[in-house]
Design a protein around this ligand. Structure first.
Ligand code: ZN
Length: 411
């Protein structure tokens, strides 16, 4: 590597938004300094940033044909997904999806895999290998689903232990959702925390049906469980499921809410649940395009922001979103909440998800530390960097380029 220097109209370090800033690094790739740009610096237009972290995806659902029909809620969507019966992914689809995520500006990704449900731990490892091959860091969360004690043990065994499959890419067990897991499974799968181990993420309160099931054993999820139970005589699903007013409340009761947990969706979360999420320091992982497609509504972002909750963004799968472009998720929220400081979305695009992975996966810029890959989003150079951010979040498919550290030029 050659020593180099780059300057941009706006620089997002992962922690601060700087106007007309420059970076200098040495031949070992160590960041030497961050300074104001000098008059002689060729200024990259738009934003130079640490990479995005897509905090929720399902690369296994990258079948051709686009999203399955939505709009009638998550239970109907799950049934439609099952009815499509897409089967295994075509050759190259997994690698193509991982490469698309990287090309869209993601440095790291938090994926969810059905490997435990399929009793095929190698499926999660294959996703992790595809991520590594695409240059992504992150974690594949092997989802466990089950209510009966034997089922719980089998799912945990099928998910396998936390493991590092490639440099910077992990596989770890998680629970699918409070509506599909016994309390014991939630505890065992989500409670695995430790230094260096990426946090667990779990689907939570995506739909009013989640709350109806957990609170009253009613609604479409109750019909879904009853249908499965009809195939297994003596399976007392209602007694095996946790009971609480919501998924957030159940996880709180179980002592699982905390900074090492990401709660995916929260579309139907009530104010009391937003209080719980913020007080615990858990991260809300928002997938607004998927929510709009499946449930027809957006997550309660303003309530989360008012409480100072941590936010991350995810695309969800290609079965409920048109692509793996995380910037489009932020653009949708910026459009829905035009009064919110656009730096909030920049933080959610990057640092929010990075906090769930641990600092090594997608680090902020730090003088004296290795320079991480930098993402350049060319956009009109505007006098105020926040106006420039608003332009980047206008929904346009702005190009993404990874800065080549060796030459200090975009490639
Ligand atoms: Zn999901």
């Amino acid at each position: 590597m050659r020593a180099g220097r780059a300057a941009a109209a706006a620089l997002w370090t992962g922690e601060a938004l700087l106007h007309r800033a420059a970076l200098r690094w040495d031949a070992d790739g160590q960041l030497l300094e961050i300074t104001p740009a000098e008059a002689a610096d060729p200024l990259l237009p738009g934003l130079l940033s640490v990479g995005f972290v897509n905090a929720h995806a399902h690369l296994e659902l990258s079948h051709p044909g686009g999203p399955v029909p939505g709009g009638a809620g998550s239970v109907a969507w799950v049934r439609a997904l099952g009815a499509r019966g897409a089967g295994p992914l075509p050759p190259g689809a997994l690698a193509g999806a991982a490469a698309a995520a990287r090309a869209a500006g993601c440095a790291a990704l938090i994926d969810h895999s059905n490997s435990a449900l399929d009793a095929s731990p190698e499926e999660a490892d294959q996703v992790a290998a595809a991520m590594a091959a695409a240059g992504l860091r992150g974690v594949v969360q092997a989802e466990c689903i089950g209510l009966g004690p034997a089922r719980v043990e089998a799912q945990l065994a099928a998910a396998g232990p936390p493991r590092q499959v490639a440099h910077g890419v992990w596989v770890r067990p998680t629970a699918h959702s409070p509506v599909s897991c016994a309390p014991g499974l939630l505890r065992a799968a989500l409670g695995a925390v430790g230094p260096g181990l990426p946090a667990a993420t779990v689907h939570c309160d995506e739909d009013e049906a989640d709350l109806a099931l957990l609170a009253d054993r009613a609604g479409p999820w109750a019909h879904f469980h009853a249908g499965l139970a009809a195939l297994r005589p003596g399976h007392d699903w209602a007694a095996l499921l946790g009971q609480a007013p919501s998924g957030v409340a159940l996880l709180d009761t179980l002592g699982l809410l905390g900074p090492r947990l990401g709660l995916v969706h929260l579309t139907a979360a009530r104010p009391a649940d937003l209080d719980r999420v913020a007080a615990a320091g858990a991260t809300a992982v928002l997938c607004p395009r998927s929510n709009r497609h499946i449930t027809g509504r957006l997550p309660p972002v303003r309530g989360l922001l008012q409480r100072g909750a941590r936010l991350a963004l995810g695309t969800d799968s290609l079965a409920s979103a048109p692509d793996l472009d995380l910037l489009a998720e932020a653009a949708l929220l910026a459009d829905a909440l035009p009064d919110v400081d656009p730096a909030v979305w920049l933080r959610a695009l990057t640092t929010g998800g990075a906090a769930l992975l641990g600092p090594a996966a997608a680090p902020p810029l730090a003088v004296g530390a290795p320079l991480p890959p930098l993402l350049h989003l060319p956009a009109p150079a505007l006098a105020d960097p926040r106006d420039g951010l608003r332009a980047l979040l206008d929904g346009s498919p702005w190009p993404r380029r990874w800065l080549q550290r060796t030459a200090g030029a975009a490639a």
